[in-house]
Design a protein. Sequence first.
Length: 349
Amino acid sequence: MDSLDLRVLSDALAWRTAGHAVTLVTVVQTWGSAPRPPGALLAVRDDGLVSGSVSGGCVEDDLIARTKAAFTQLVAHSATVATSTQSHTLPSEIVYGVSKEEATRFGLPCGGTLRLVHEPLQDASWITELLARTSAHQLVSRSLTMATGAVVLGSAQRGQDIAYDGQTLTTVFGPKWRLLLIGAGQLSQAVAQMAGLLDFEVLVCDPREDYAATLDLRLVQRIEGMPDDVVREMQPDPHTAIVALTHDAKLDDMALLEALKSEAFYVGALGSGRTQEARKQRLAEHFDMTQEELARLHGPVGLRLGAKTPAEIAVSILAEIVQVKNAGASVAHADSSCAVPGVPGVAGV
């Protein structure tokens, strides 16, 4: 699940801790051209404040109205018949867009249909545990029993999908995507800024103090140490991307030596095609790296966009990272003719 949904859960936990009533809404199935995928999450507070989205704005207003009305009704029932409140605190199912007219009313594109689970949040302790486990870079499954509202957390497998049979809803939450940049130069700063907008946790390692001093620590976290030690100690998982951008073989090669042996889903390096071939030869001859390990290297780094400026090159790098992250596709690499401004002798990215 997208780390944006972890932010929704963080907001829901904070609201519940502050004494607010909160409802979670999860997309469990879509038909047609629904704008949000299964698993997308929305939290609605008792005063109508929301976090997240289940339809890109199409049905949120109606959900807010429903939720506020349910909270009002619950309070009224609580003041009269205690046993009547149970049905208002259990999960329920909502479907939007069953008819063409309703799809038009809610603005669902191309007659799309949304099937949602509406879940009043009673005990939020599971959120605390889930956030702790995902922060430790674990994949976590969450199973909700519709008949009781009970939640059970378990271990999930990478690639596991949402499952819903009308009785149990199981969703998967993954750790936040991480991006480790080796080097703190102008290009790294451009990549870091854009990666933050894509919701990556951005880490930067550069033992060169003159470069590291230029980092904007509001956007990144600096990890001190030599690149190979940093990569090894962070234990890259399948939610980690590593990109070497110093164009200094002593630093880049050290990081790549560890990164290519790790579980990182993406490993890239700055440099022209000629530079990459020389690098692979060094790594094979001096560090006994296998051809399978070397084949994991994305270099020249980035998609073929004809990028020239640091910002354009950053776009090409992140476009490739996102493509690999989302699809695991075989992608085209950057043009070897792309120059890196301000870096003498660099023929490509």
